[in-house]
Structures are given as C-alpha cells and as structure tokens.
Design a protein around this ligand. Sequence first.
Ligand SMILES: Cc1cc2nc3c(=O)[nH]c(=O)nc-3n(C[C@H](O)[C@H](O)[C@H](O)COP(=O)(O)OP(=O)(O)OC[C@H]3O[C@@H](n4cnc5c(N)ncnc54)[C@H](O)[C@@H]3O)c2cc1C
Length: 386
Amino acid sequence: MGNYDVIIVGAGPAGISTVLHLQQIAPELASRTLVLEKARFPRNKLCGGGVTPDAERILNRLGLDVTEVPHVDLDWAHFLFEGKGVSFRFAENYAFRVIHREELDAWLVRKARERDLTILEETPVERIVPDGDRVDVVTPGGTYRARVVVGADGAHSVVRRAIPDHRRPPYACAMVLWASPRESSSHLPDVGYFDFFPISRGVPGYVWDFPILIGGERMRSWGIANFAIGPRESRRRMLSLLAEEMARHGYRLEDYRVYGESVPVFRPDGPFSAPHILLTGDAVGVEGVFGEGIGPALGQGAIAAKAIVRAFETGDFSFREYRAEVLRSKVGISVRRRTSLAPFLYSLRRPSLQRFLWWRCGRIAEWVVKTFLFGWTTWGEDRRAL
Ligand SMILES: Cc1cc2nc3c(=O)[nH]c(=O)nc-3n(C[C@H](O)[C@H](O)[C@H](O)COP(=O)(O)OP(=O)(O)OC[C@H]3O[C@@H](n4cnc5c(N)ncnc54)[C@H](O)[C@@H]3O)c2cc1C
C-alpha cells in the first residue's frame, strides 16, 4: 500500500501533536509521514472536555488558537469534599476551558490538513509487525510499511501490543454523561466542580460537573473517575455515587445514557518504545490524580517528534532513550509527580482526612497543584524540553 518514513496510528491529540511538531522541526520528514485513523471526524470521544492552559500553550506554540473552537471558559474550578473546599484558577482570568471533544479533535485534524499533512480516516490498524529495519502496519485494505511507527491510538492501543514484554498497566475508569443544566442545581453556570467524596466511599476518584457547549447548546458534562478499577461491583458503586451527587443537584441519573471507558494509568516503568516503535498519549497512560490527558498527549507529541528526527539523523532506531526522554521532559515530570501523589491522595479514605485536606488545607493543596503538577509549559527559563 505504500512506504513511509513515519506512520502515526491515531489522529487524536497525541497523533496530531506528533505530526504537527514533526512538521515544525523537520518539514521534509513530515511530508513522508502518514496518519492512519480508524474513525471519521467528527468522531465521538468520551471525555469531560477540560482543556488546561498547558494544553493551550502547546497549541499556541504550534501556531494554533484553540479559542476558534466553541468553548466555555470556567470562572473557577472548585475542588471539594462533600460540597466544601477551595476554588482556584489555572490561568489568570479563567480556571480552564471546556471543549466538546468531538469538536476539538475535528478542528485539530482540519488544521493539520490545512498544513498539507496526510491523514487517512476510516483506516483501522489491525496489527503491527516489526520486520527488520521496517515495520508493517496491517489494515483491512492492505499493509503499509514505515521506518518508524508511532502508537497514538489511545487507551486500547494496538501498537502497544507489538512492544515485547509490555506489562499490563493498571487501569482507571471514567463514566460520563451530558445533561441539560438544571435550575435546581446550586452549581454555578460557569464553574467546574470536582468533589472527592467518593474516596471515603471506597472509590479512589472524584465526581465532576462542568459546563460545556455541544453543538452551540449549553449542557453539563457530569462524570465520575475511578483510579483503581476492580470487579464489576466497583462500577456499580461508581454509578450509585454519581447518581447520589447528581440527585443533590436535581438530576436523576436514570434519565441519562451513561458512557464508560477504561484507560491505562501512566507508569514510569510501563511500555514506551521498541526498535522502530514509539508510544505516546493514552497508549502510554493517563496521569493518576485527575486523569487529565489532553495536555499531556499534546506535550508528549513534541517529545515523540524530537525522538523521531534524531533517529533519522543518527540512523539509530532503537529508541532506547525514549522512556528517559519522556520522563525527563517537563510534561513527563508533571505526569510522574501526579502519578506518585495519587496513592497518597487516594489512600486518605477517612472523611476527617479529606475534610482536613480540602476544608482546612485548601490553599496548600492549591499551591501544590499549581506549583508542582500544572503549569509545566511555563516551568524554568529554557524551553529545552516541553
Ligand atoms: C470519561 C473520560 C473523561 C476524560 N476527561 C478529560 C478531561 O476533562 N480533560 C482531559 O485533559 N482529559 C480527559 N480525559 C483523558 C483524555 O480523553 C485522553 O487522555 C486523551 O484523549 C488522550 O489523547 P490520545 O490522542 O492519546 O488518545 P485518543 O484521544 O483516544 O485518540 C486516539 C485515536 O486513535 C484512534 N485509534 C484507536 N485505535 C486505532 C486503530 N487500531 N487504528 C487507527 N486508529 C485508531 C482513535 O479513533 C482515536 O481517534 C478523559 C478520559 C475519559 C475516558
């Protein structure tokens, strides 16, 4: 079906970021790059739609302005335990933006196409077969060959399966639904809410409620994240906790269709690469505190692009250093810190400890979150690593 220097599997934020960064630093290589995507855009993607200033800064550096996409700017993000806690913002004038993923991802693909990058939709990759100094990428329509294959194919990555000895990562799970706003809700229209009460009820995660614009209509994105999925029982518990919180705001869970998705959690010792193969975004894993994956996927695309360019310059396609490069990068440090913090946060099951954290030490929590976990695109003076 054709030979390419690089094939990127998946045209979500990780895949599009990789090809856009490749074009920025090695336009010739980008012109010999193919992106294969199983869906047709606009495609559905389960997501709360929270887009942080870090995500936005990465896009700005690529010359893209995400405010072109319909969005809601949150005045504040409230981090709560049982409805009480601390409010803060990740940017000067707003907490973060919320963008419907169907619209965000279709816009990203359109922008890449406007820059003459090649994206083939409705082309599911079935298998990756390393073959000497090439990799075969098998699709129902035929086999493509490339020197480098990037697995940007999300949580259930097919490319990841081609990495020998890959250990099965732990999985997180999130459930999401979209509802019309309720007058009876005490939640404010332009505020996002994260309530960590599920921790004290056996679910290490939180319930969220964000405003979102879907097809121009104001809706609420409701969901629950659980960073330790276990037996079926834990999913039932997630649904009942989500129902409980929604009921406090005048919603009946049974009136909505709830969608669920499991995602691998990022681990520094998880699979990252094999000769001629790299993983990025959810194929590596999502961070374990908030499950914020859009910004990290966009950031990791830059690291993947640099690694690919270096491989073509040096002729060394082992990608032996790739894991260390991701872990050393600013985005990698941020994701690693969050993943280290998660077991501590989610071990505080006693309500008194959660109350102490969010009610009494809210400002300290804000400082930790804003200083050590987010804002990584602005860390330090040098922009050596994104
Ligand atoms: C319910 C839920 C809520 C979330 N909320 C937020 C949030 O509010 N904010 C946030 O930052 N993150 C959130 N996340 C995480 C975020 O959605 C992901 O981290 C992010 O989408 C990762 O981007 P990606 O490009 O790696 O993967 P994806 O966005 O999943 O993109 C992968 C692409 O690969 C394609 N693909 C898959 N398999 C193949 C194949 N075999 N062949 C070809 N193409 C393939 C898919 O169709 C898709 O287009 C949430 C996740 C869930 C599940």
